[in-house]
Design a protein around this ligand. Structure first.
Ligand SMILES: *Cc1c(COP(=O)(O)O)cnc(C)c1O
Length: 460
């Protein structure tokens, strides 16, 4: 086969965009463990899940068998506003590094919310609207998910209540205003608007909030308000499914040019972008059709994969959500202030956890200052100002490319560039001023988190 000249950016035609999401669970021999009801320790039934999530999403959450799930036309129309996203050959970075490796990245930051989260936000909002619901509630930490959801809800004319961790609400006023521009209500959490919020405020006056607490408030409002459901931006099987649009597009573009990646890298917070990017490639590996090396990258300050345990644990700090089997640091684990807000989650997608446990994937942890060095290096040659979260993947992609420089191997490296970092300039400032610190939790710090993992026969 004659080699095709690879353009700097590969854009698919609209007609080549995926018409179905790919459900990697269908090809897994060991399926991800089901969510458990914390009161009975029995698998959550569709009825129980239906109190929190809308019906179609409950189906998707529980579907371990259907390989392809059609993307409704209305969602595909919305995707066309910002997709297909480009697959970029990082020629400039390759040149700068003087590496024989070929580096590609799939760029998901080309929309106002600035990240891949919009891929699932529009799907979740669509099914809520389709069911005739009035609105949805959610939490947001750094703000990317809340912004994505507010864009989706504005488009579909669905009401949306966002609980934003109080310290982000105060530190990131511009994120908040973007959300309000799209018409959602943003409440700093903990708040007086919920029972759990009032309880937390009474116990800890002056607290700056946490993601776990904001989740508990959003779930309370959803379950106590007629016509509302709760939506979550990562971790869940349904979210990973929606994010497979990233991987399917990438694979289509690569197949078109006869490119086969050797190494696929992504940052991992709750696992949705990484899971979405690798899904179709992982499917080939699971079916024995091809082999790839997959690497999850996480912050050393919140090392769920590399130092966590594989057990059933709560998804939220308030311990109101179901138990998920995953690599976890314990729902009470509070990571140090690492600036990559989107990667500060104590757990990990059950799908990725199972794949990692079964040896299909590797994981690495990296420290914050080296991540920002990589971010800056990348920005200076490729132009895009990357989000701190995404820069974790950049760091490991550069490491792999430098290894190729030593060995002379011409590997093809693919990584997910999940978003842009315009709202993270405070973190960049700290880095530039030399005030950024690395923090690695001690074994004792981790033990405190592990102690909070529920104990029952077969767990821990
Ligand atoms: C939320 C976020 C992440 C991490 O979430 P995943 O579910 O692990 O993908 C990564 N990058 C950006 C830009 C984000 O906003």
């Amino acid at each position: 086969m004659s080699e095709k000249k690879i353009p700097y950016k590969i854009y698919l035609e609209e007609s080549e965009m995926p018409k179905a999401w790919y459900n990697v669970r269908a090809d897994m021999k060991n399926k991800p463990a089901p969510l458990l009801n914390p009161a009975t320790l029995e698998p959550m039934t569709a009825e129980e899940l239906g109190a929190v999530f809308c019906d179609e999403l409950v189906k998707q959450e529980l579907d371990n068998d259907n390989r392809y799930i059609e993307i409704p036309e209305k969602i595909r129309d919305f995707y066309k506003m910002y997709r297909p996203s480009p697959l970029v050959r990082a020629y400039c970075l390759e040149e700068k590094l003087q590496t024989p490796a070929k580096i590609y990245y799939k760029f998901e930051g080309n929309n106002t919310s600035g990240s891949h989260k919009l891929n699932s936000a529009i799907a979740q909002a669509y099914y809520a609207k389709d069911q005739g619901l009035k609105g949805v509630t959610t939490e947001t930490g750094a703000g990317q998910w809340g912004t994505a959801l507010s864009m989706a809800c504005a488009y579909l004319d669905l009401d949306c209540k966002v609980y934003m961790v109080k310290c982000s609400y105060e530190q990131k006023p511009f994120r908040r205003e973007v959300m309000r521009t799209y018409g959602v209500s943003v409440t700093p959490s903990p708040s007086e608007t919920t029972e759990i919020g009032r309880k937390i405020l009474a116990e800890h006056p002056g607290t700056s909030g946490s993601l776990g607490c904001a989740i508990s408030e959003a779930v309370e409002v959803a379950t106590h308000t007629e016509g509302y459901r709760y939506v979550l931006g990562s971790v869940l099987n349904q979210v990973l499914l929606h994010q497979s649009v990233i991987g399917v597009e990438t694979k289509t573009a690569m197949d078109k040019y006869g490119i086969k990646p050797d190494v696929i890298i992504g940052c991992a917070g709750g696992g949705s972008n990484l899971g979405g990017l690798i899904s179709p490639f992982m499917g080939e590996k699971l079916r024995g059709e091809a082999d790839y090396q997959f690497i999850a990258v996480e912050p050393a300050s919140c090392p769920s994969f590399t130092r966590g345990v594989f057990a059933y644990d709560f998804c939220d700090t308030g311990m109101v959500c179901p138990l998920a089997k995953m690599y976890t640091l314990g729902s009470g684990f509070i990571p140090s202030p690492n600036h990559a807000g989107g990667l500060r989650y104590h757990g990990m997608s059950s799908v990725l956890s199972q794949l990692y446990h079964d040896g299909y994937m590797e994981a690495r942890s990296v420290e914050q200052t080296e991540v920002f060095e990589a971010a800056e290096r990348f920005a200076r040659v490729e132009g895009i100002l990357p989000a701190p979260e995404s820069s974790h993947a950049i760091k490991v992609a550069i490491d792999e490319a430098m290894k190729c420089k030593e060995t002379g191997e011409e590997k093809t490296i693919l990584f997910g560039l999940t978003g842009t970092g315009y709202f993270d300039m405070y973190a960049y400032e700290k880095f530039h001023d030399g005030k950024m610190k690395d923090y690695i939790p001690s074994d004792e710090d981790l033990k405190a988190g592990f102690d909070g993992i529920p104990k029952f026969p077969g767990n821990m």
